[in-house]
Design a protein around this ligand. Structure first.
Ligand code: HEC
Length: 275
């Protein structure tokens, strides 16, 4: 009698587990992980990147080279971080950790694209103006009308005269000169709403069309954030960039990735697995 009770209980647990797995798509154990490094960019907006006297990459960019094509080297980024922490490019003060890796996984099914980010946020940031959120995690997608969308990642939305840049207007948000970005943001504050936003002539924190959902958790010192957005379409290569505001950072004091691409049954720096 007792034996039956135990096995019924066990079966019950197994069923419960089974149905949980069925709804919690995708199975991340079957999805390869690629590290993408994020770094503190200082004050290097698109105007800086495109000015020959500031940046040697200007000519290469015009020829179609990507940021990552020049700056990714041996699984790391070849930036001169002393320069990026120096008064010239970072007047306010740089974070103790200038670069760290983010594990990126992607999967999709008929309706949705899932992106999972795993990372440790370093302490000792340089700006702690977001009192509510220890961490904010953002993924941005430029559309095809953004100039050099697949080359420059988020940079076409990053301008010298936008909020939190030195001497800039505090009300001026990120913007684009042409095209737009869709973005989704997860915030660590309890009960915080997932942002489904856009960047056009200004940044809007809602009204986006991604159908963004996100879940995040901290285990030990590691954050795992899983985003869901609507599937952009089989056979598509989608440009994207990642930004992480760690240690209560606000404004431009995020660590950002260069521009990468995500392939859904197509070429991409990160290949989304069909499930
Ligand atoms: C054709 C190659 C090339 C491309 C493309 C390129 N860069 Fe650079 N970048 C360089 C070189 C070389 C330097 C270092 C010396 C300099 O700036 O004069 C540099 C410097 C930098 C620096 C300053 C830190 C340092 O190491 O001096 C930043 C930030 C930067 N690039 C960002 C970008 C971003 C963002 C993009 C894409 C929008 C990009 N670069 C595209 C070649 C490139």
């Amino acid at each position: 009698m007792k034996k039956t009770t135990v096995s019924t209980l066990l079966l019950g647990t197994l069923f419960a587990l089974g149905s949980q797995l069925a709804v919690a798509a995708p199975d991340w154990t079957k999805v390869p992980k690629r590290d993408i490094n994020v770094f503190h960019p200082g004050v290097t907006p698109i105007e800086w990147v495109g000015k020959k006297s500031d940046h040697s990459g200007t000519a290469g960019l015009k020829k179609g080279e990507t940021c990552a094509g020049c700056h990714e080297e041996k699984g790391s980024l070849n930036f001169n971080f002393k320069r990026l922490a120096d008064k010239e490019l970072e007047p306010k003060g740089a974070p103790a950790t200038m670069m760290y890796p983010v594990g990126v996984q992607a999967a999709y099914d008929a309706s949705s694209l899932y992106i999972r980010l795993t990372f440790k946020t370093p302490a000792a940031g340089a700006d702690k103006t977001d009192k509510d959120n220890e961490v904010k995690t953002t993924v941005m997608f430029p559309d095809a009308k953004v100039a050099q969308a697949a080359q420059v990642g988020c940079w076409a939305a990053c301008h010298l005269d936008a909020k939190s840049m030195p001497g800039a207007d505090d009300k001026k948000t990120k913007y684009t000169k042409e095209g737009s970005y869709e973005f989704m943001q997860w915030r660590s504050a309890k009960g915080a709403k997932v942002v489904d936003g856009t960047v056009t002539s200004e940044r809007k924190m809602d009204g986006g069309v991604l159908g963004a959902k996100a879940e995040g958790a901290k285990t030990g010192d590691t954050y795992t954030v899983t985003f869901t957005r609507k599937n952009p379409g089989e056979g598509k290569t989608v440009p994207f960039g990642i930004a992480i505001h760690g240690d209560h950072a606000g404004g431009r004091f995020h660590h950002v990735s260069l521009g990468y691409t995500l392939g859904l049954g197509a070429e991409g720096d990160v290949k989304a697995v069909k499930q």
